[in-house]
Design a protein around this ligand. Structure first.
Ligand code: NAD
Length: 279
């Protein structure tokens, strides 16, 4: 069987790295795309030690020329790309109106435009090769819409919607789509996160550090979902719970949240849940 080829953005760290290694275990060739060349090189080493092959591509996903160069490189040298994982992402916390507009622009340029560029550039080439697969890493934030995370929430909701749209649009072209919607897990996301008050970073750190699931586990679940052509990955209990609650009654879900925030115990409850590893 011929080698399968994948492009993984944001693969120098966290979930992107774990997905690259999970693919390597299955013998895939992986293009490790990131702005952090040193850590991307470290991922390639891990990929090679695990049984795959890899190479680094410096790619800033906010620059469509970088994404285009990356695609041209892969299709020219490999002939085909079987899988694109749009994973690169950052986080921002803050009340709408307090958060600097620069932080909105920063997160939208990576979490939204970076993934749109990936789809825009790779989809026509995958259509031409007659087959392919796209994994978009969104977040449960795009479903839960927790307070003080508007900028992050909207980018992730957009990526869920984009993925749902693509599922129908690309089916006739033999291109599958999976969207990954985890709640918190521990990576380097907290280190680049921008925030406007202490609660946001204290909550995020507690949620990252007490998470009970690893990037590796989520990567395995993502690969399994891809193999079964499943649209959604909701890895944790909290992710499934939020998904179900919101579908049972969206109004009840958001009215409860508004009530807790108004009475002043919303933040305390969220922080407690984060410390118990339930976010
Ligand atoms: N960690 C969590 O709790 C969590 C929860 C839900 C969803 N996610 C999503 O998972 C994805 C991966 O994040 P992570 O948690 O592994 O974080 P991470 O910070 O460990 O990894 C993110 C990677 O993206 C890269 N990156 C940032 N900006 C980039 C750019 N402009 N171009 C190319 N690469 C860039 C970083 O250098 C880094 O290697 C993100 O989309 C994130 O939103 C994370």
């Amino acid at each position: 069987m011929s080698t399968k080829n994948a492009v993984v953005t944001g693969a120098a760290s966290g979930l992107g790295r774990a997905i690259a290694i999970a693919l390597a275990k299955k013998g895939w060739r992986v293009l490790v795309a990131d702005i952090n060349d040193k850590e991307a090189q470290a991922t390639v080493k891990m990929v090679e030690q695990t049984g795959g092959t890899g190479e680094v591509m410096h790619c800033d996903v906010t620059r469509i020329e970088d994404v285009q160069n990356m695609a041209d490189h892969c299709f020219k040298n490999w002939g085909r790309v079987d899988l694109l994982v749009n994973n690169a992402g950052v986080a921002v916390g803050g009340h709408t109106g307090d958060m600097p507009i620069k932080d909105w622009e920063w997160i939208v340029s990576i979490n939204f435009w970076g993934m749109v560029y990936g789809c825009h550039v790779f989809i026509p080439k995958m259509k031409a090769q007659g087959k392919g697969y796209i994994v978009n890493v969104a977040s449960n934030a795009g479903i839960a819409s927790l307070p003080e995370m508007a900028a992050y929430n909207v980018t992730k909701a957009a990526i869920i919607s984009l993925s749902e749209t693509l599922k129908g649009e690309l089916a006739a072209n033999n291109i599958g789509v999976t969207v990954v919607c985890p709640t918190f897990f521990n990576t380097n996301l907290g280190q680049t996160m921008r925030y406007t008050n202490d609660f946001q970073i204290t909550f995020a750190k507690a949620a990252f550090e007490n998470a009970r699931i690893t990037s590796e586990k989520i990567a395995d679940m993502t690969i399994k979902a891809m193999e079964k052509n499943k649209l959604y990955v909701l890895p944790q209990f909290s992710a499934k719970f939020i998904w179900i609650m919101k579908r049972i009654s969206p109004s009840l879900f958001y009215n409860n949240m508004a009530f807790m925030m108004k009475k002043g115990f919303g933040e305390k409850l969220l922080l407690k849940l984060a410390r118990w590893g339930m976010t």
